[in-house]
Design a protein around this ligand. Structure first.
Ligand code: GLP
Length: 257
């Protein structure tokens, strides 16, 4: 794991953006895994500013609520088009977002897995993290081997996300579709973003705590190429912070992005 600690959320997002920009330049038909939530917004802002050529890029989103109409303001479909895709030249046919209104959701989920493989697999998966350690919507105790499937959100996640639904908990869906932890682990690279004081306890648990299904993000300890791009607030409880900063400032030339 590579722990990249930057002063601000925007600085940390800019590091992630330059890694993604390099991928798209080196491999124009790259396959990206994308996340939603407030965390990736500065990353998407930076990617838009970089004015990259998205014409051959394929994207797969991590998750989606079940049951909201596709054009509802809080679907991840709306989020992605508003905050990233409509500002790029991506081909709509190359955008894959789980369909929370699919008639046969288990069948849809199986096909989503097949599509990822058919497109060559995910080069870089962007991740946020829930305060309970969820990645995508893989809530605590999700199997580390899980694939794309239906999940039931925890009360904590629904409360965390109620702010996007006018703080009305009843409006927050109970079920979702999410890529599995096994799906995320198949990505060739994972970049997890986390910002702010409220992420500090789960970040120290994820990076320096034990591997355990109760903290789904801890599986990234087993990933061969996982980066954490975090701000000083989210990093504030890390015990080996000095070492991570030392590693980053002394990275060899070939490792720079
Ligand atoms: C949602 C998303 C996750 C995201 C998490 C954190 O639950 N499904 O992918 O990581 O929220 O949200 P935020 O970035 O707003 O803290």
């Amino acid at each position: 794991m590579e722990i990249i600690i930057q002063e601000t959320a925007q600085d940390a997002s800019n590091v992630a953006a330059s890694i993604i920009a390099k991928l798209i330049k080196d491999k124009p038909n790259a396959v990206l895994g994308l996340a939603t939530g407030s965390t990736p917004l500065p990353l998407y802002q930076r990617l838009i500013e970089l004015n990259l050529d998205w014409s051959q890029v394929t994207t797969f989103n991590l998750d989606e609520y079940i049951g909201l109409p596709r054009d509802h303001s809080q679907t991840y479909y709306t989020f992605m088009w508003e905050n990233l895709f409509r500002h790029t030249n991506i081909h709509p046919a190359n955008v894959y977002i789980p369909d929370g209104n699919a008639a046969d959701i288990p069948k849809f989920c199986a096909e989503y897995e097949t599509l990822i493989i058919e497109k060559g697999g995910i080069d870089i998966q962007v991740l946020g993290i829930g305060t309970d350690g969820h990645i995508g919507f893989n809530e605590p105790t999700s199997s580390f081997a899980s694939r794309t499937r239906i999940k039931t959100l925890t009360e904590q996640t629904r409360k965390d996300n109620a702010r996007f639904f006018d703080n009305n908990l009843d409006e927050v869906p109970i079920h979702c579709i999410t890529m599995g932890i096994g799906t995320i682990m198949d990505a060739r690279q994972n970049i997890l973003l986390a910002f702010g004081d409220n992420k500090a306890p789960i970040i120290v648990e994820t990076i320096e705590g034990p591997l355990k299904a109760i903290n789904p993000a801890s599986i990234l300890q087993m990933h061969p190429n996982a980066k954490f791009c975090i701000d000083v607030k989210a990093a504030s409880q890390l015990k080996r912070k000095d070492y991570y900063n030392w590693v980053y400032s002394n990275r060899p030339e070939w490792q720079k992005y």
